[in-house]
Structure formats: C-alpha cells, structure tokens
Ligand binder design. Structure first.
Ligand code: UD1
Length: 376
C-alpha cells in the first residue's frame, strides 16, 4: 500500500512524524511525504524535518505565502502532477491548514482515497479560515480519524456515515511521547536563564488577534502587565512579527534579547524548534495562547493554559484538561493569569485515548481496510 502524506505548515510536521514512523515500520506500507512549502523558513519548517527525523520529501512544492486563494490553488496545481506520477493508494492529510484542504481536494478529484487525521473538530466560527478547511476536508475525505468524542458527534450531526469515522486518539500527543527524550534534553532553560515553574509562555498568531492593530496592542499591554508578576517568554510567529513593528511605542518595551537574563518582562524570541519549545512549555507555570495544538499539548502535560480566543474546536481540553477559553479582553487576560498564578488547580487525567498510540491505531485501520479491499 502506497500512502502519500502531505505536510504544509508548522503544526503538520509533529503530527506526521509519528504516523510516518509507524508506516515505515509496517512491512506492507510504503510511505511518501510531500512538503507543500506553505511554511518555508528554516525555523518554521526545515528544523522540524531534521529534529523530528522526517524523511526527505518525495516532492517539495515550494508554494510559499500568498492569499488563501493563491496558496490553495498553488498547492492544487503543483500537487496534481505529483499524484498522477506517484499514483498512491491513499493520500493522508492532517490538521486544518490551507495545504490540508488543497491536497484533499486534488486527490479526490483524481479518485484517490483520502484519510483526514484530526477530523471533526469544529469551532463553529466560520470567520476562521481553519474552520472552512475542516468542514470541506471532512466532507470529501473517505476515512476520518478523530481525536476526541466531540469530533465524532460533529461528523454524525453533519450526516457522515458512522463507518467512515474512527476515534483513535491524538497524534500530537504521540509526538510528545515519541520525542520526550529529545525535548527533555533541551538546554533552553539554561540558555534563557529560566527556572522551571517560574515563567510563562506566550504564543499569538491568529489573524483575529494579530492583524488588527488595536486588538494586538491591547493584548500586548495585558501581557506586559502579567509579565510584571512573572517573566513571559514569547516565541514570535513571522505573521505576528510583521505586525508588532506597527505598534506605537510598544515594541520598545518588549525585551528582544534572549541572551540577557531579566527577572521580569515580556521577552520576544525567534520561533523555536520542537525540542526547545516543548521543553519550555513543559516547564512553564502557565501558557497564554491562541494556538490549537498548544491547547492539547498543555492538557497532556498538565500545564495551565489560557486560550485567548472566543471559542475552541477542541472542547475536551476544557472538559478534561487544563484549558480555559478567556477571550481577548485585556482586563480578563490579566485577571485570569493572576488567578492561575495565585490559585493553581491540580491537573486532571488525560482525555480518553491520548496515550501516545494514535498513530498505531490509524495505521492498523488503514492496513485492514487495504487488505479487505484486496480480498474482495
Ligand atoms: C498557518 C495556518 C494556521 C496555523 C499556522 C501555524 C492556514 C489558513 N493557516 O497560519 O492554521 O495555525 O499556520 O503557524 O493555513 N511566513 C514567514 N515564513 C514562513 C511562513 C510564513 O515569514 O515560513 C509569514 C509570511 O509573511 C506569511 C505569514 O507568515 O504571509 C502567514 O503565513 P501563512 O502560512 O499564510 O499563515 P499562518 O498565519 O502561518
């Protein structure tokens, strides 16, 4: 069985790493990887291939940045001849980025079956580009692998045949476990002069939070206030970096130099590789974020997470995890952060099936489907 796996943007790489490993260990499966190049900087893509031991891509599409339409169309145009040449038995896509939808659409039009890993998540906020990508990918994929029960419920409500849905757990958490030796060996705390549980971590990159100057300014003011109580480390996404420079006077109050250990303040650093970032998150007293994946990783690690959004497509991180959805009002951000710092809660057990074995389940299901189709 030839499976062509598609990676495009940073959060795809850690999800694919355990899956590709599992496929490589299976004698009946040949695994190919295509990198669309949606993310292309060394610290957004290249270092993840190296650290997560992803195989050299069978094809690199180098689509780069662009509007949603341009990026989606470029992936489709460039992937089609690759699929025609490779003729895989299955295309596997992960997550909800533009590359996910573009690859799924290209494959189904060539009548190649598609598997979607991390299916069924819904924020019910159609202003999020990812929500549109999730809805459309799930509507056309043949095999839907869900990380939490809400994913199955959403798909059934949308009329999906139950036989297409498989609740398998979370490959993001597989990556956390597979690469635990790598991230526990990181020297990031030493390099930044930090001690475990004596700092917080911030990430911000959602267009709704960073593209509007007023919203970003308010969030940064709130984070500066919190950082008067506990140092905050802020690995800055390139989208956010572009916007921070437009903030009046605020940029000068951010501490850009990671070499200077300062007890307090909001310290901007470059985007980090997977081992350094996971080590930083695992040792944090709290995380403030608008990321999807980080809501899951903090839940698995038992680290309190405040999500600076109005909704989440990952409700299990709230009902069974350490996540709170707090919106983006600066007063609420400060109040909730201080509440976590002064009245911490014990971490609950992990959500069902977040046990580090999701990739095994997925590959076993795919191999079974293949042998059933062949024996017919
Ligand atoms: C994309 C995903 C988002 C995911 C995020 C993770 C979509 C619609 N969005 O958002 O779901 O959470 O990745 O990071 O697919 N840039 C660089 N170097 C890079 C990549 C991007 O400088 O290697 C800059 C460019 O200015 C680009 C901007 O970042 O225009 C945004 O990149 P893009 O891939 O369009 O969206 P993200 O915000 O990264």
């Amino acid at each position: 069985m030839k499976i062509l796996n598609v990676a495009g943007a940073r959060p795809n790489f850690m999800k694919l790493a355990p899956l590709v490993r599992e496929m490589q260990a299976h004698s009946g499966i040949s695994a190919l990887l295509v990198h669309t190049g949606q993310h292309y900087d060394i610290n957004m893509a290249g270092q993840f291939f190296r650290d997560l031991q992803l195989p050299a891509p069978y094809a690199s599409l180098a689509v780069g940045s662009g509007s949603h339409a341009v990026q989606t169309a470029e992936v489709m145009k460039r992937l089609e001849p690759v699929l025609e040449e490779a003729r895989p038995d299955l295309v596997l896509v992960v997550g909800d980025v533009n590359s996910t939808l573009a690859a799924a659409l290209t494959a189904v039009k060539l009548q190649i079956p598609v598997a979607h890993v991390e299916a069924g998540l819904r924020s019910r906020d159609r202003t999020m580009p990812e929500e549109i990508n999730r809805l459309l990918t799930d509507a056309i994929a043949d095999y839907l692998f869900v990380t939490e029960e809400s994913g199955r419920d959403n798909l059934l409500r949308e009329g999906v045949d139950a036989r297409r849905i498989h609740f398998v757990g979370n490959v993001m958490i597989d990556a956390l476990e597979v690469f635990r030796p790598l991230w526990t060996a990181s020297t990031i705390h030493h390099r930044l002069g930090l001690s475990a549980r004596e700092y917080g971590v911030v990430t911000l990159h959602r267009p709704t939070n960073v593209d509007d100057t007023r919203t970003l300014q308010d969030l940064i003011e709130a984070l500066l206030e919190v950082s008067g109580e506990i140092p905050l480390v802020f690995p800055v996404h390139p989208r956010t970096l572009n916007r921070l420079s437009s903030l009046n006077g605020t940029a000068a109050r951010l501490k850009p130099d990671p070499q200077t250990p300062t007890p307090l303040g909001l310290r901007c650093v470059e985007p980090l590789g997977y081992p350094d970032f996971m080590a930083l998150v695992a040792g944090a007293r709290l995380v403030l974020t608008d990321s999807g994946g980080l809501q899951e990783e903090t839940t698995a690690l038992g680290v309190p997470c405040l999500t600076l959004r109005e909704n989440t497509e990952r409700p299990v991180t709230v009902t069974h995890g350490t996540n709170r959805i707090i919106g983006t009002s600066s007063r609420r951000v400060v109040d909730e952060a201080f509440r976590v710092l002064h009245s911490p809660c014990p971490a609950p057990p992990r959500p069902p099936l977040w046990d580090g074995h999701a990739a095994e389940r997925i590959v076993a299901i795919l191999a079974d489907i293949r042998s059933e189709t062949h024996s017919r």
